[in-house]
Write a protein that binds this ligand. Structure first.
Ligand SMILES: Cc1ncc(COP(=O)(O)O)c(C=O)c1O
Length: 385
């Protein structure tokens, strides 16, 4: 039998001239958006009629030309931004667009790598950037890290390693036996400690990991809204005496509401004394470690077991770009690896270190090495804004 295969027309094969023509239109839209934002109101809601039209649009039955798509972007999407980027969009955690990151995001998309592993450039870039962050926070060379979608995903990843480690130490294989094996009171209760001001993503992470929100103990705050270290110590003593397993303490290096930094050195001492995992949420406060003023209060985050940092906040990288760092690389692998690669491949295999099989590098490296401090020393005086 002879099979004939119909080759479809090359819709996806754009001639170089057409890529350049449409690309220039996109660059014009980017330039107009970024340079003209200041002349517009800070925020304009999407008009109800347009919102209805967007919701009412069924699945498109016809393709559209690139020009029609860009025209529609200009009138229906670019016209109603979130507001960040406007000079009067004051001090919220969503950073304005950084031009170099906007442009390099296009380069990353053009290459479109899966950063699961393998010897291609994006894998080395992720290694390199994770290495920079390890240096910035003072983590050892042999620690591990991953690009994730943000501090929420970082919390799930880090706490999964904390859960694995706390259970493994007690001979409880949580990957094989799950948490259900605790039913019937044969296994002790895992406990998580966090400040009253900590971000809501931590409760979500605890719930997603099957630990139950009731395993969280909220440590009271001082008048300055910092976690009270002596109260944490008392809670840990009480729970250990009862036979519970303190799984992790979550401290904030810049709380979402007020930017307060928990007393990280005192908390790290307590965690060390009780042998409890310390996760530091440095989602947006972390980069302040690069200023002289905040070196002292934020420096002790280098003693943590895991850290979440969001380059998509104070580092001006387009969302979503988060980083999770875990001191104990072996524990991270033991938590997630399904197929263990040969030792020679380990340096390139990110897929064994976290829940996701792939990652993406996006514009992270360019924003960090370029705007706004190109050519400046790493540690900057805090008056530089
Ligand atoms: C202190 C803090 N932690 C965690 C998060 C959650 O981060 P993401 O939205 O990147 O998951 C935020 C977000 O604003 C935050 O400010």
């Amino acid at each position: 039998m002879i099979c004939t295969v119909q080759v479809p027309p090359p819709f996806f094969e754009w001639p170089a001239d057409e890529i350049r023509r449409v690309g220039r239109r996109v660059v014009d839209l980017v330039a107009d958006h970024i340079t003209r934002l200041r002349d517009r109101p800070v925020f304009q809601p999407v008009p109800p009629q347009l919102a209805q039209e967007l919701l009412g649009d069924g699945v498109p039955q016809q393709g559209q030309s690139a020009d029609a798509i860009l025209d529609r972007f200009a009138s229906e999407i670019g016209a109603y931004p979130f507001g960040n980027g406007h000079p009067r969009f004051y001090g919220w955690v969503n950073s304005p667009p950084a031009v170099i990151a906007v442009l390099t995001d296009a380069l990353a998309a053009a290459m479109n790598p899966s950063v699961a592993g393998g010897n291609h450039a994006a894998v080395w870039i992720e290694r390199q950037v994770i290495g920079w962050f390890k240096q910035i926070v003072g983590f050892p060379n042999d620690s591990m890290g991953l690009f994730v979608s943000g501090a929420s995903a970082a919390a799930v990843t880090a706490l999964s390693v904390a859960r694995h480690s706390a259970c493994a130490k007690r001979g409880w294989d949580v990957r094989a036996d799950g948490l259900q094996s605790g039913t019937g009171g044969t296994l002790p209760r895992l406990r998580i400690y966090k400040g009253a001001e900590s971000h809501g993503c931590h409760q979500k992470a605890v719930e997603l990991l099957g630990l139950g929100a009731s395993s969280i103990r909220v440590v009271p705050s001082s008048g300055a809204l910092e976690m009270r270290a002596e109260a944490l110590d008392a809670m840990l003593r009480e729970d250990i005496a009862r036979g519970d397993i303190p799984m992790a303490v979550i401290a904030s290096a810049g709380t979402v509401n007020t930017g307060v930094i928990d007393p990280l050195a005192a908390i790290a001492d307590i965690c060390e004394r009780h042998d409890v995992w310390l996760h530091v949420d440095a989602a947006y406060g972390g980069p302040a470690l690069l200023t002289q003023e905040y070196e002292a209060p934020l420096g002790p985050m280098g003693r943590a077991d895991s850290i979440a940092i969001d380059p998509h906040k104070w580092m001006y990288v387009p969302v979503d770009a988060g980083i999770v760092l875990v001191r104990d690389a072996a524990a991270m692998r033991n938590t997630s690896a399904v197929v263990v690669p040969a030792p020679s491949d380990r340096i390139l295999a990110f897929w064994i270190a976290g829940p996701s099989a792939i990652g993406s590098v996006k514009g992270i490296p360019s924003s960090i090495t370029s705007a706004p401090a190109a050519g400046k020393p790493l540690r900057i005086a805090s008056e530089v804004s």
